[in-house]
Design a protein around this ligand. Sequence first.
Ligand code: R5P
Length: 283
Amino acid sequence: MLIVPSSSSETLASKISELLRSGLSEVERKRFPDGEMYVRVLAEMEGKEVAVIGNTRNDADLIELLLLLNACREAGAGKLIAVIPYFGYARQHMIYRDGEPVSSKVMTKCIEEFSDEIISVEIHNEETLHFASKPFRNISVIDTMSRHFLGQKIDYVLAPDDGAFDRARKMAEILGTRAHYIDKKRIDSKSVEMHLPNLEYDGKSVLLVDDIISTGGTIIRAVNLLRDRGVSRISVNAVHGVFARESDKTIASLVDDLAVSDTIDGPNSTVSVAENISRSLRS
Ligand code: R5P
């Protein structure tokens, strides 16, 4: 197998190629004077199984991923797998207001047009998988994320909303503790109300878990509520650390441990999902 990294996933791609003992292609990248992107995959690909690893966190990521996939296809790659560690645009998997697109469907359709199979990691909503007409697997990394916290004293695993409760429950099971969720109600597009579950908080150690930290608003709100109730130790975990507006710095200054995965590489990406992706590629 040959691994082709996009610029959004270079470190992760190189870890995956080491684990798989496969080739890792170099990629030439530049911008044309008008700003358009240029990529060139430098490895020999004729007949090889190729995995292109790249996020769709922003528009440029998507364009790069599609260009890389097409470059591999044109160069004669055999089976072509698109591995999307962080599948962006997945939160709009349905129409909430008239006139909106189904963004995750658009992404899926574009990516499958240029590949034979798609693999994502903890996609925001698995409904997106149904938009594909080719094989589309989504990997759970809950076991890997939990391992980081083994050995820490955790009294409760807390989800910041009911949508993340299943994740909290599974992690609590691995960590041998209990899971609960915060009652989060959206008031309008800008404001939400959050109410902690009825528990003993004073002096406790809490692990907050979510699938994604985007602006950090949800987690910061939850952390402040917990501190107000006397929680002494707070750990925060999410698979994908988008950290818009440098919210990683704010969160890190408020909590005792902030650990996200390397689906998006950053200073707090202390948990690697390379083994999970490698296992999936091996199968
Ligand atoms: C919501 O459904 C998600 O699971 C996250 O809770 C949310 O996307 C986090 O967003 P933010 O960090 O902007 O509050």
